[in-house]
Design a protein around this ligand. Sequence first.
Ligand SMILES: Nc1ncnc2c1ncn2[C@@H]1O[C@H](COP(=O)(O)OP(=O)(O)OP(=O)(O)O)[C@@H](O)[C@H]1O
Ligand SMILES: [Mg+2]
Length: 309
Amino acid sequence: MSMTVRTRRRQGNGAAAGASDETPLLQVADLQVHLPTGSRSEIEAVSSVSLTVRRGERVGIVGESGSGKTVTGRAIAGLLPTSPRVRVRGSIRFSEREMVGAPAKAWDAVRSHTVGMIFQDPLTYLNPVMKIGKQVREAVSPGRHRSGENDDALHFLSLAGLENVQEVAQRFPHELSGGMRQRVLIAIAIAKMPDLLVADEPTTALDATVQQRVLRTLDETVSELDTSLILISHDIAVVAGMTDRIYVMYAGCVVESGATREVLERPKHQYTQALLRSVRSLTEEGMELYSIPDSLRVSWAREEENRAS
Ligand SMILES: Nc1ncnc2c1ncn2[C@@H]1O[C@H](COP(=O)(O)OP(=O)(O)OP(=O)(O)O)[C@@H](O)[C@H]1O
Ligand SMILES: [Mg+2]
């Protein structure tokens, strides 16, 4: 099947007047997110996150479970729970357009052109009673130039690395393997031709070989479409080969950031060093990832306290 390479729009939709090409696509400053956990209780899921994504750039967010990666990604995609008790503070700017406090309609516009999200568990996000082809077709933005294929849905399915796309399009989600479903989610996300793709643990649920293949597809697809990428993972090894820059999160905060290679070769923060040790022990000894030792957490918390006081 022939595949048409399309160049991505350089001018983001809804970009503020005067925003130049040098203006980062996304600027997040001092993001804080409070989520309700009970009728009276809440949690500060994200305490302090600042990050920048330039056009065409790939950025990784790593950190252990519960560090706030998903909540950060969802905040960026405007996909936090809609409860009025969810509080977002700080700034999320797409091409200088402030989205914190923006009305739902403005977020709809941003989600239809600017940012798309890929989640870990495709079955939750796919409609179980709708054929795959229709689900991808519904995602294709109206008014986009046609790909030259008879059916844009097939084009995006094949771009996401699926074979026999005519047949796949006729199936329902439960008739596909996990790897295929994840590719369908990629197809749906790229069908909107967003400027930025937020991929949250896109391969964590897959076994190792399928994981590699899906990651390679994601890599090729964002290159081909010149899409910026935020790749979220608890697994540094996944992010290492795919990103230009990396943000390390711990307990709702970014604790270290920089060029991916620089951070991985010369981690400054104790927490990053511990994360890296856990990856090394995995690769060298074939062991399971061990979690960050409690002693380290305590000493790190103490360091923070000292710094604050
Ligand atoms: N919908 C929610 N309601 C209440 N608390 C939440 C909600 N989602 C996440 N949290 C809490 O916010 C904090 C950050 O969670 P988040 O899901 O962002 O972590 P994560 O880094 O993505 O972890 P993982 O690697 O396990 O996916 C956690 O303490 C979590 O329990
Ligand atoms: Mg998560």
